[in-house]
Design a protein around this ligand. Structure first.
Ligand SMILES: Cc1cc2nc3c(=O)[nH]c(=O)nc-3n(C[C@H](O)[C@H](O)[C@H](O)COP(=O)(O)OP(=O)(O)OC[C@H]3O[C@@H](n4cnc5c(N)ncnc54)[C@H](O)[C@@H]3O)c2cc1C
Ligand code: FES
Ligand code: FES
Length: 503
């Protein structure tokens, strides 16, 4: 197979593509080159879901049924879809013999659309859920409004209101099932498999998708100024909104070893290119306390495309995975042709967007320790919306309680400094003390000395300080030895949840 031609299965048809800039978005190509204008452009930054499409790809074991998942076409560079299937809203009718697909019919029946601009995106997010539930024999679970709401967390509608759309999500399971033929999809994807690296140039820009870790490291060492590209949920915005030209892109997504999530010393080793969805599922199996945080991280399409390695490597001071990972004592593994080294995650961040990462190094993996019975762990994100919003403050708290006394406290915050950082004075005020109100008060006083947060559009410095102290108090209430409160008693969203029926 030609190493310079991108090959995609578009709505069931194999398409070969050449002569495109590497940063061409899937959305621009669908609408401009293919005339598939059902997929809409709203924000062009992954926020509104108008451009949602569904991607199909071979499972890690190609003998298994292929996976389907929703992504935002606006921030996805086309070459990263080489060897994958893309389904747009235009395809849904063909699954129902030319009639409306049950997802579309339910939207009609429940009056789930007014101006209709957001509707294709909602239909595709609902279709991904529909396929997921029905292939796993879970129609009843799929009809659960909480699960439907989560599936739609990345879709905005400004005129219809969400109730009829969520009702459509329940109703779509009532009709006889109309499922994609995954056997045919698997055969078509196998036929697209390439055995050598996709690499091409276009008007001075280069795209390479190495297929092994050695090839990736060799490329990194030869092109230290190149942009490493994982899920493009950050990099896509540099292009769409920052109008940046990226001369050389090295895509990490084809390196199977980087996508692996494996047990490691009783804990987990998460490859840097594992999707956020896969990484969070594995982390929550080990640390169920983190379930709400991960649900509040971006939206399903962003989590399906974005990677944990990308979040850690990007190193934003408001990145949401780092406070919890630092509190847990996670380590980051860096690799280059010179070898490997591993750092405590907090030591990776040197200053604002400055990391301890040499020009020829990549982030290879993130390692998490095993759960400890005495460890108490929480992480909370404060933002203006429950779903898909940027943190004002994000906190990760861990400590071990033995006979009521605090050991090994690890407290980290995002949004409070130029990097995600540990609260060392607070930790010192906790270590070796009884976990009681006096210790909490001392720790809150120490916390005031740990950070000098900024005023910005999301929050004032004063709010951030008070909110951080409030989260520490919440941690105390949920983990104190004497009469700890259940999470539902301390949740900021509990009242809203009662009204909306969320669990
Ligand atoms: C709508 C929307 C909502 C979002 N919500 C959240 C949120 O709630 N919380 C949050 O924290 N983030 C959020 N993000 C940011 C983003 O999704 C995450 O940071 C994501 O984890 C980035 O991963 P990626 O694979 O897409 O990285 P990319 O965009 O591909 O890359 C990000 C950076 O990491 C570098 N990089 C990638 N892989 C490696 C590697 N292996 N080694 C070295 N460097 C590497 C890239 O060169 C680049 O500098 C959101 C983004 C969008 C568009
Ligand atoms: S256009 Fe808004 S998410 Fe893509
Ligand atoms: S129907 Fe108009 S934006 Fe949703």
């Amino acid at each position: 197979m030609d190493s310079q031609t991108i090959r995609i299965l578009l709505n069931g048809e194999a398409v070969a593509i050449t002569g495109l800039a590497p940063t061409t978005s899937l959305l621009a190509w669908l609408r401009g080159a293919r005339g598939l204008t059902g997929t809409k452009e709203g924000c062009n930054e992954g926020d509104c879901g108008a451009c949602t499409v569904v991607v199909g790809e071979l499972a890690d074991d190609p003998a298994d049924a292929p996976r389907l998942y929703a992504v935002n076409a606006c921030i996805r560079f086309l070459p990263t879809l080489d060897g994958k299937a893309v389904f747009t809203v235009e395809h849904l009718r063909s699954l129902a013999g030319g009639a409306l697909h049950p997802v579309q019919q339910a939207m009609v029946d429940c009056h789930g659309s007014q101006c209709g601009f957001c509707t294709p995106g909602f239909a595709m997010s609902l279709w991904a859920l529909y396929e997921d539930c029905l292939t796993q024999g879970e129609a009843a679970a799929g009809a659960d409004p909480a699960r439907i709401r989560s599936a739609l967390a990345g879709n905005l509608c400004r005129c219809t209101g969400y109730r009829p759309i969520v009702e459509a999500g329940e109703r779509m399971f009532d009709a006889p099932p109309r499922l994609l033929d995954r056997k045919r999809l698997r055969a078509a994807l196998l036929a697209l498999r390439r055995d050598h690296t996709l690499a091409f140039d276009h008007e001075g820009c280069r795209f390479v998708a190495p297929r092994s870790l050695d090839e990736l490291l060799a490329l990194r060492s030869r092109h230290p100024a190149a942009t490493l590209l994982a899920g493009s949920t950050d990099v896509g915005l540099w292009v769409n909104k920052g109008l940046r030209r990226l001369d050389t892109l090295i895509h990490t997504g084809e390196v199977a070893a980087l996508r692996a999530i494996v047990p490691h010393a009783g804990g987990l080793r998460i490859g840097a290119a594992a999707s956020l969805t896969a990484a969070f599922a594995a982390i929550v199996r080990l640390y169920p306390e983190l379930a709400e945080l991960w649900e509040r991280f971006a939206s399903p399409p962003v989590r399906n495309a974005g990677t944990l390695g990308g979040n850690v490597a990007n190193g934003s001071p408001i990145g949401d995975s780092m406070p919890a990972l630092i509190a847990l004592g996670a380590r980051v593994v860096l690799a280059s042709v010179r070898g490997r080294r591993s750092l405590a995650l907090e030591d990776f961040y040197l200053d604002y967007l400055k990391k301890d990462l040499a020009a020829d190094e990549i982030v290879e993996a993130i390692e998490l320790p095993p759960p400890a019975p005495a460890r108490r762990l929480r992480s909370w994100k404060l933002a203006k919306r429950f779903d898909s919003d940027i943190s004002a403050v994000c906190a990760g708290f861990a400590l071990e309680l033995r006979a009521g006394t605090i050991h090994a406290p690890r407290i980290a915050f995002g949004g409070m400094a130029a990097t995600p950082r540990r609260a060392t004075a607070t930790e010192a005020a906790l270590a070796g003390r009884p976990w009681d109100e006096a210790t909490l008060a001392a720790a809150q006083r120490a916390l005031a000395n740990d950070f000098t947060p900024l005023d910005d559009l999301r929050a004032s410095a004063g709010y951030r300080r008070r909110a951080a102290a409030g989260l520490l108090a919440r941690f105390f209430l949920e983990t104190r030895p004497d009469a700890p409160l259940a999470a539902v008693q301390t949740r900021a969203f509990a009242a809203q949840d009662l009204a909306s029926g969320r669990p």
